[in-house]
Design a protein around this ligand. Structure first.
Ligand code: PLP
Length: 376
C-alpha cells in the first residue's frame, strides 16, 4: 500500500518554496503531501514498476485505488449502506443534466433554489429535460444572501429540491440544508468536506473534483439507493447512475488519475483530523480576511451579507475599479495570484479551500490592511 508523509509537510504549513499563493476558484491549490505522493506514483505506484497513469483500470492496483477512495469518502461523509458512492467522469455541469435525466419523471417537477450562477445553470439543464420550478431566485439582490424559509416557495410535491450549498462566485453558503420533505439534492462543488454536513439526509450530493477534492475531470457523488431505484426508464446505460454504481464506477474507462487524487486528498483530510478540523482551520483562515474587510471602515466592500458568508470563497472590492486593478497587480507582485473576482461581481475573490495555507490568508489580510491605510 502506498503511503505518504502525511502531516509532516501539511498543506497548511508555511513552506511555500518556489510556489506562490494560488487563490484560484478552481482548478485550485492541492495539498502539498498529496502532490508529492502523486509525483512518486506517476513513476511507479505500489512498487509495481508501472505508474498510476499507465495501469489498467481493471487490475488490482486500480481496484485498490477505487476501494480506498470509496472507503475514505464513506468515512468523511458518514453515510451508511443506504447510500452509494460513485466517481464519475463528468464535472458538475454534467451532473446538472444527468440528475434531471435520471430522476425527473415526465409528469413531475424539479424544484430549484437559485442562489447563484451555478444554481441557475443547474435549473436550466433541468429545464432542458423536464419541468422545473424556481422555488427561490436571488438575482434581484445579485445573490448576496442565502434565502430564509419564508423567501422559498416550493411547488406542490416536487420530485426533488436542488440547491447549491456554497456559491463559488458570490461567496455565500447555507448554514443548514433547506427544509423540505422532498428528496434533497445538493451541489457541493466548492466546499465538499470543508465542514460537517449531513450527507445522510440528502438523496444526492455531488461535487466536481477541481476545487476542494482533486484535479479536474471527474465528480464525487453520494447517492441514496432508494433514489437509484427510481431511475427514469429509457436512458442510455452510460448515463444511468444506477449502472455506474453497480459497476463500481467502472462501467467504462473512468478518470483513474482524478479518482486516485481524490482518494489521496480524502486520506489527507482524515490524517489532518477530519472534517471537523478542516472546519476549524477554514473558519480561522476566513476570519483573517473578513476581519480585514470589516475593520477597514468601509474601504473594502464585501459581496455577501454577514449571515451568509462562505468560508471558501470571499468576494470583495473597493468603490473604485481602478483601485481594484492596482490591488490585483500589487498582490501578484507579492506572490498572491488569481485574486481577480468573477466578472459578474468584479473586484477580488479569495478562494481559500481546505488545502490553501493559513500563511496565504495572513499575507492577504496584511496587504489589505496596508492598502486600505495608504489608499483610503
Ligand atoms: C458550485 C459550482 N457548481 C458547478 C460548477 C461547474 O463545474 P464544472 O466546470 O465541473 O461543470 C462550478 C464551477 O465553477 C461551481 O463552482
Amino acid at each position: 500500500m502506498s503511503t505518504y508523509p502525511s502531516t509532516k509537510r501539511s498543506g497548511n504549513s508555511d513552506i511555500m518554496n518556489d510556489r506562490i499563493h494560488n487563490f484560484s476558484a478552481g482548478p485550485a491549490v492541492l495539498p502539498e503531501p498529496v502532490l508529492q505522493q502523486a509525483q512518486e506514483d506517476i513513476w511507479n505506484i505500489d512498487g509495481t514498476g508501472i505508474g498510476v497513469l499507465e495501469h489498467s483500470h481493471r487490475g488490482p492496483t486500480i481496484d485498490r485505488v477505487f476501494e480506498e477512495a470509496e472507503a475514505r469518502c464513506r468515512e468523511l461523509s458518514g453515510v451508511g449502506d443506504d447510500h452509494e458512492i460513485i466517481f464519475h467522469c463528468g464535472g458538475s455541469s454534467q451532473q446538472f443534466a444527468l440528475l434531471a435525466m435520471n430522476f425527473l419523471p415526465e409528469n413531475r417537477t424539479g424544484d430549484y433554489l437559485v442562489t447563484g450562477n451555478w444554481a441557475k445553470v443547474a435549473r436550466e439543464y433541468g429545464e432542458s429535460y423536464g419541468n422545473t420550478h424556481t422555488a427561490y431566485d436571488g438575482s434581484d439582490c445579485v445573490f448576496n444572501h442565502i434565502p430564509t424559509g419564508d423567501e422559498i416557495n416550493y411547488s406542490d410535491n416536487p420530485a426533488y429540491v436542488h440547491y447549491c450549498s456554497n456559491n463559488t462566485i458570490y461567496g455565500t453558503s447555507y448554514g443548514a440544508p433547506p427544509e423540505t420533505d422532498a428528496p434533497l439534492m445538493v451541489d457541493m462543488s466548492s466546499e465538499m468536506f470543508s465542514r460537517p454536513w449531513d450527507y445522510s439526509a440528502h438523496a444526492m450530493t455531488y461535487a466536481c473534483a477541481q476545487k476542494n477534492i482533486g484535479p479536474a475531470a471527474g465528480s464525487c457523488i453520494i447517492i441514496e439507493k432508494e433514489l437509484l431505484a427510481r431511475t427514469n426508464a429509457g436512458i442510455p446505460k452510460i448515463f444511468r447512475y444506477e449502472d455506474n454504481a453497480k459497476k463500481g464506477s467502472r462501467l467504462n474507462t473512468p478518470p483513474v488519475f482524478t479518482v486516485y487524487m481524490m482518494g489521496l486528498i480524502f486520506k489527507w483530510i482524515l490524517d489532518e483530523g477530519g472534517v471537523d478540523e478542516m472546519a476549524t482551520r477554514n473558519q480561522e483562515k476566513a476570519a483573517l480576511i473578513y476581519d480585514a474587510i470589516d475593520s477597514s471602515g468601509g474601504f473594502w466592500i464585501p459581496h455577501a451579507q454577514p449571515a451568509s458568508r462562505s468560508m471558501m470563497n470571499i468576494p470583495f472590492r473597493t468603490s473604485d475599479p481602478e483601485l481594484d486593478k492596482r490591488f490585483l497587480a500589487e498582490a501578484q507582485e507579492q506572490g498572491m495570484s488569481t485574486l481577480k473576482g468573477h466578472r459578474s461581481v468584479g473586484g477580488m475573490r479569495a478562494s481559500i479551500y481546505n488545502a490553501f495555507p493559513r500563511a496565504g490568508c495572513v499575507k492577504l489580510a496584511d496587504m489589505m490592511r496596508e492598502f486600505a491605510r495608504t489608499n483610503g
